[in-house]
Design a binder for this molecule. Structure first.
Ligand SMILES: Nc1ncnc2c1ncn2[C@@H]1O[C@H](COP(=O)(O)OP(=O)(O)OP(=O)(O)O)[C@@H](O)[C@H]1O
Ligand SMILES: [Mg+2]
Length: 500
């Protein structure tokens, strides 16, 4: 066996009752390489890596770690073998500080002494650009900082093989650049890294080799230097879907949402939204485009009733709703797809059927009781319409792949016949076909008269489906374009903070 292989997985098969998540998959990871894993939602990427990390056992197949045949019994065993995995969902404890977190996972620092922790991480701070504020609480960190803590944790535990499952999904471009700098450095020092992502550009930029999975099977492993986005997309899905087009031209109706001089704070107490005013009409898709972290989340949360504005007014269907909670707004016809909805808008221990009515279960009650048959019928239709990969209606939501869970939230919210839908990056983390279907569905509900407020970081997406587009930068709107006058160059400059 060649020494340069950190990992060899041979003939891996894993079934979950009727689902074949991995079928005879071969995968190898070299020392000093970044190896990307690509594939549609539900293709089996996370499952393959959870097997390597010892979280689940394969039904068949062999694993060699550093040339030695090994049965990876558990994550703690994996850690002893030098394998660590950063999950699609962060698994950090919000109330702890960074230092406390790192102390917990270190075998050297049993008693929390800040000096000891500082010594422990000093090298990583310096060598690997992994600097984070040790005194900050986890809940105060941005997604990029949390990612760094996860990687630090892995390095402190002595990992040499790192698996990152969609690490960039909620990072700002700057944070992605930072992360890539860390990963390059680690690779050059001989670490072996698995990088899972749906973003083809990132995959081509960061990885040395790319393995593509399709419906549980391996399709190919190719050097990144020989790959391009179109080839990769074809390998993942076969034929490419044609893009959705906004052809609906009938004039939009009355205003369903009015926002006037709104100011909203972020979690750290700073002003995130600065005096924003706009309105969304029935039958239109209003796009807010910007680089992540410019106040989009806070603005969306304020409109959805999850964050109280500091100043300004929000009118929903003509009524001032500043103080209304999310439940009342939902009852009045507001649907909401938050950022990374598969983490925050589902209850993982409940079933797919239960999750499918989560925000409007009252519609399925009779004399105070939920009617099971109605719910089942409903859930079935959503699964079919949105092509959600699930073993059945009554499996727990947590058994779905990240992307399929997100599709469930999208299906639930889009199908609620909303007066207004607020969606934050709904297609991030979805594969090409699911992204496309989501855009088509947004156009469909618009044509049916719903207003849509779409937050997106993707210019192509905005140009494809929005009727009007506002650019958000540092909490303010920097420009408002109709679809006809929208111009990629202008929008890009405004997104970067250049005043035109
Ligand atoms: N614990 C489980 N119980 C039942 N089915 C499961 C379980 N874990 C995964 N699956 C199923 O296995 C298949 C592969 O899931 P996996 O999470 O590996 O996909 P993925 O490629 O990571 O997708 P995504 O891009 O959406 O994250 C899916 O159909 C999923 O529903
Ligand atoms: Mg996954």
């Amino acid at each position: 066996m060649e020494e340069s292989y950190a990992v060899l997985m041979k003939n891996i098969t894993k079934k979950f009752s009727s689902t074949v998540a991995n079928y005879r998959v071969d995968f190898d990871l070299r020392k000093g390489e970044i190896h990307a894993l690509l594939g549609e939602n539900g293709a089996g990427k996370t499952t393959l890596m959870r097997i390597l990390y010892g979280e689940i056992q394969p039904d068949e197949g062999e694993i060699f770690v550093w040339g030695k045949k090994t049965v990876v019994k558990s994550p703690s065993h994996a850690l002893r073998l030098g394998i660590s995995m950063v999950h699609q969902h962060f698994r950090l404890v919000d109330s702890l500080t960074v230092a406390e977190h790192l102390a917990l996972c270190s075998s050297e620092v049993r008693f929390l002494s800040k000096r000891k922790i500082e010594n422990l991480v000093a090298e990583y701070f310096k060598e690997y650009y992994l600097k984070v504020d040790l005194d900050a609480h986890i809940w105060q960190l941005s997604a990029g900082e949390k990612q760094k803590v996860e990687i630090l944790k892995a390095l402190i535990r002595g990992a040499r093989i790192l698996v990152l499952d969609e690490p960039t999904s909620s990072l700002t471009p700057l944070e992605v650049k930072d992360l890539f700098r860390v990963l390059h450095k680690l690779r050059n020092r001989g670490y072996a890294i698995v990088f899972i992502s749906h973003k083809l550009g990132e995959v081509l930029e960061i990885s040395d080799r790319i393995t593509i999975l399709r419906k549980g099977k391996k399709v190919a492993t190719i050097p990144a230097s020989e790959a391009d986005p179109v080839t990769l997309a074809k390998l993942m899905v076969g034929d490419l879907p044609s893009p959705a087009k906004n052809t609906h031209t009938s004039p939009p109706g009355g205003e369903v949402l009015q926002v006037k001089s709104l100011y909203v704070k972020n979690d750290r107490g700073g002003i995130a939204v600065r005096g924003v005013s706009f309105s969304v009409r029935k039958g239109e898709i209003f796009g807010v485009i910007g680089v992540a972290g410019n106040g989009q989340r806070e603005l969306a949360e304020a409109i959805a009733g999850l964050r109280k504005p500091v100043k300004g007014e929000i009118f929903f269907r003509g009524i001032l709703v500043n103080g209304s909670g999310p439940r009342e707004l939902a009852r009045r016809g507001l649907a909401y797809i938050p950022e990374e909805s598969f983490k925050t808008a589902v209850l993982p221990e409940l079933t797919v059927a239960e999750n499918s009515i989560l925000r409007y279960y009252w519609r399925f009650t009779e004399k105070g009781f939920i009617k099971k048959t109605l719910v089942e019928k409903w859930a079935k239709s959503l699964i079919k319409e949105f092509d959600i990969l699930a073993e059945g209606l009554h499996v727990k939501a947590k058994s779905l792949s990240g992307g399929n869970l997100q599709k469930l939230v999208i299906a639930r919210e889009l199908s609620s016949k909303p007066e207004l839908l607020v969606a934050v990056n709904p297609t991030a983390g979805l594969d090409i076909s699911a992204s496309q279907r989501t855009r088509e569905k947004l156009l469909e509900i618009k044509a049916q008269g719903s207003g849509v407020l779409l937050f997106t970081e993707d210019i192509d997406e905005a140009l494809q489906i929005c009727d009007r587009i506002a650019v958000i930068f540092k909490g303010s709107f920097k420009g408002l374009f109709s679809r006809e006058e929208a111009d990629v160059n202008k929008i890009s400059l405004l997104m970067a903070g250049v005043d035109l």
